[in-house]
Design a protein around this ligand. Structure first.
Ligand SMILES: [Zn+2]
Length: 470
């Protein structure tokens, strides 16, 4: 196994295939096969977000994959922003279509065409919908398994419509809270930044992005919360009649997260022995390994089976390894697959009416009495998740650097995120990107900076966060 921090990309590619998360041998660049083990983790992950959306009144819908070109072109900034990465269908193998159809790179235009037909009165609002679909983007940057793909297999996009600007802003705050809970429950630490104007989502007023830092020191976007204002409402002519009988354009927001989140999670929590799943999304939470001794086979296996049945009935995702591999090979294999807890049962455990429990995150082994097993496992699971989060948080914190003086090139950290005092002007932000050789991630409007903007020398209003980025 490669070293996660020094050879991250090699480590990442190797472990995803070895651990049966994906297979990337399919001959279309950026299109992956999700294997059962990986897909199960993906489903468990995305179900957390779906539950959070449902709990806050979002309803699941389905809209078509194909978009007529003339509808896609209605909002000009959006069209410009997505034109380079949107796939076009011009016909079948034997026939040319009379108009071009586009494969959704995201569903604003599909949904908003219908919103115009649906919405008549302010009483129809708000609407809060989401869909869980695949989307297609012709990524021009180097594709990277799960993190940057051309068929995004698992995209959860929410779209909301409101009668007033204030309601839309309130929705933005709710969406940020939903995403905080989602990433918290995956034990991924993050920072939330407002995207600078020159990088704002095409067709939006403004957006907030969640970022974390990968093991190679580059920042990655986890999710985006977008205030569309009335831009799409005007482009799609979506108006409602208000209480005072006037007709007004609606206010819209949207926010999306993709399977990228699981690529990030596996990268952040894994180590040089392989993956480490948090227990809530682990396809297998506990693996039981019989430690067979000659003459004791039957009692050991029978105890393994009874522990297996008990844990299964308690709702754990448990697996028993009855293959003929050696015990050492089994340990190595399940560690590599990231199973958070392993139970070893041999003659000693049978005799003592106990089992040995090994933690994947720390390697620690403890003997647990049979009657205490269920409560102890629950306790250990919480502890593993807490430990994963603390490790990840420490990593993120150690990768955010304050940079006051940019004149000395040797003092500019190559890895991680730098925050620089900034006057807030676009031209200074763009110049900072150029001089530091990093991309601007955004700023926190509530975080006041001290000192001066290093470009223009005027008083800094806030911090601009910059990093090399995925
Ligand atoms: Zn400036």
């Amino acid at each position: 196994m490669k070293d996660k921090y020094n050879e991250f990309h090699e480590w990442y590619d190797e472990i995803l295939e070895k651990a049966d998360i994906i297979d990337k041998r399919y001959p279309v660049k950026g299109c992956l096969i999700w294997k059962p083990y990986g897909y199960k983790a993906l489903k468990l992950t995305m179900n957390i977000l779906k539950r959070l959306l449902e709990e806050t009144g979002h309803e699941e819908v389905y809209f078509p994959t194909l978009i007529p070109e003339e509808i896609f072109a209605l909002e000009k900034d959006f069209l410009e922003g997505f034109s380079g990465e949107t796939f076009v269908i011009e016909g079948t193998l034997s026939k040319r279509l009379d108009r071009k159809l586009l494969l959704r790179p995201t569903s604003e235009t599909v949904m908003y065409y219908m919103f115009k037909l649906w919405l008549k009165s302010y009483r129809d609002l708000p609407i809060k919908l989401y869909q869980h679909v695949n989307v297609f983007r012709y990524e021009t940057k180097h594709t990277r398994a799960i993190l940057r793909v051309r068929e995004i297999a698992s995209f959860i996009e929410a779209h909301t419509v409101h009668a007033t600007k204030e309601d839309a802003e309130k929705q933005i705050r709710e969406a940020i809270e939903i995403y905080k809970k989602f990433f918290d429950s995956l034990y991924i630490p993050y920072i939330i930044l407002r995207t600078p104007k020159w990088d704002t989502f095409a067709g939006a007023e403004y957006n907030y992005d969640f970022f974390t830092v990968m093991p190679d020191g580059r920042a990655i976007e986890l999710g985006s919360v977008i205030n569309l204002g009335q831009k799409f409402a005007k482009a799609f002519d979506i108006k409602v009649q208000m209480a005072d009988e006037s007709f007004q354009y609606v206010w819209q927001t949207c926010y999306g997260v993709s399977e990228r989140v699981i690529g990030v999670l596996l990268s952040i929590h894994g180590d040089n022995r392989g993956l480490i799943f948090p227990t809530n999304i682990a396809p297998i939470q506990i693996v039981i390994v019989p430690v067979i001794f000659k003459g004791k086979e039957e009692e050991i296996l029978s105890k393994c089976r009874s522990i297996y049945e008990k844990l299964k009935s308690e709702g754990f995702r448990v697996h028993i390894d009855l293959t003929d591999r050696s015990v050492g090979d089994k340990y190595y294999y399940w560690e590599m697959k990231g199973v958070p807890l392993r139970i070893d049962i041999g003659p000693k455990e049978v005799k003592q009416e106990a089992v040995t429990v090994a933690r994947r995150d720390t390697g620690e082994k403890i003997l647990v009495k049979d009657e205490e097993l269920v409560s102890k496992l629950k306790e250990l699971m919480e502890d593993i998740n807490r430990n994963l989060y603390e490790r990840a948080k420490k990593w993120l914190n150690s990768n955010i650097h304050t940079l006051i003086d940019i004149s000395d090139k040797s003092k500019i950290p190559e890895k991680g995120i730098v925050k620089v005092p900034w006057c807030g002007r676009d031209e200074c932000g763009l110049e900072l990107e150029r001089r530091l050789g990093k991309e601007a991630l955004g700023f926190n409007p509530e975080e006041k900076a001290h000192g001066k903007c290093p470009i223009c020398g005027e008083k800094a209003e806030t911090w601009l966060y910059l990093s090399k980025k995925y």
